[in-house]
Design a protein around this ligand. Structure first.
Ligand code: PEP
Ligand code: MG
Length: 310
């Protein structure tokens, strides 16, 4: 499939004082690219690659994957496209990769752990991504889900570089990676915070379970403090720290995330306009003040209210 290249005028995301905050789109396949371009996305902050694998009884071939990744990259010429390698397990189980008998699949062999246990699947995916990188002029960044520490980061970054990828990073979804953010950022080129899973694991609240939904709130100061640790480590290392979870789509929370040191935001295309408008109402200093008030709160509701107080 060939798609029209990015053509809509792009208004770059920025704060009132001109501080740039790139606004990117989350996509699940090339079909989502036109809406992202139309919404003025400055690139893709999260390309979930599971669509190629879900429902399949075996992994797609390198050729099939290369074609699919090239389709997405071609829609964003000259732009940043962040691709996440396969995130299988827990809420995204795959028959040929995951053990259906795990009692706690969210705490089991998922994400990078599952890929490491079946390394050829990861190698094939990275081979296809490297081929797509060479076939297009998009700026490809590749990251792995569920990375927990420096050793896992080193494993993924080493493999990615071996396969010819230029920018290799880690998703921050497991609280340990925030605690060890300085170590991880010595190795990774960038970090992208997946607030859906980071909230689930910080609060020990299953993201699929309605009875604990109140705890699955990224406004919780415990989650915000972890985001700050990552933002501070990114600033110290001079490396980007983005957010690609649902939190980025909440305009008031987007301001707080930027105040915590997050350097770009990625969300579904439909959320970009509202987030862009809200960012333009605050300076960097004001964003930091709102973030400081939210960090000092003792509950998600209190953090929300504190950030909104004038
Ligand atoms: C996240 O966990 O925030 C994330 C972006 O990944 P997913 O929702 O696909 O698990
Ligand atoms: Mg996740």
């Amino acid at each position: 499939m060939r798609l029209a290249a990015a053509s809509a005028p792009v208004t770059p995301g920025a704060l009132a004082d001109g501080t740039p905050v790139p606004l990117m789109a989350n996509v699940g396949s090339a079909k989502d690219a036109p809406a992202a371009v139309e919404a003025g996305a400055e690139g893709v902050g999260l390309f979930r690659t599971e669509f190629l694998f879900l429902g399949a009884s075996t992994a797609p071939t390198v050729e099939q994957q290369t074609a699919a990744y090239t389709d997405v990259l071609r829609a964003f010429p000259g732009k940043k496209v962040v691709v996440r390698v396969l995130d299988a397990g827990a809420d995204k189980p795959l028959a040929f990769l995951n053990d259906a008998h795990e009692e706690n699949p969210a705490l089991g062999l998922r994400g990078i752990r599952a890929l490491r246990a079946s390394e050829q699947i990861l190698r094939d995916q990275l081979t296809a991504l490297a081929a797509a990188q060479e076939a297009t002029d998009a700026d490809l960044f590749v990251m792995a889900p569920m990375i927990a520490d420096r050793e896992e980061t080193e494993y993924f970054v080493r493999l990615g570089r071996e396969m010819g990828l230029r920018s290799v990073g880690a998703m921050a979804e497991v609280p340990s990676i925030a605690v060890l953010a300085d170590q991880v950022l010595e190795v990774a080129d960038f970090v992208s915070i997946g607030t859906n899973d980071l909230t689930q694991y910080t609060m020990a609240a299953d993201r699929q379970l309605g009875s604990v939904a109140a705890l699955q709130d990224p406004w919780h100061p415990a989650v915000l403090r972890l985001v700050k640790m990552l933002g501070d480590a990114g600033a110290a290392a001079g490396k980007p720290v983005g957010v690609c979870g649902e939190a980025a789509a909440d305009p008031a929370l987007a301001v707080v995330l930027v105040g915590l040191g997050v350097t770009s935001l990625s969300m579904s295309a439909s959320a970009i306009a509202d987030v862009r408008a809200e960012l333009l109402t605050v300076t960097r200093e004001e964003a930091r003040e709102r973030a400081a008030r939210a960090l000092a709160a003792s509950s998600a509701a209190a953090a929300r209210a504190a950030a909104a107080a004038r």
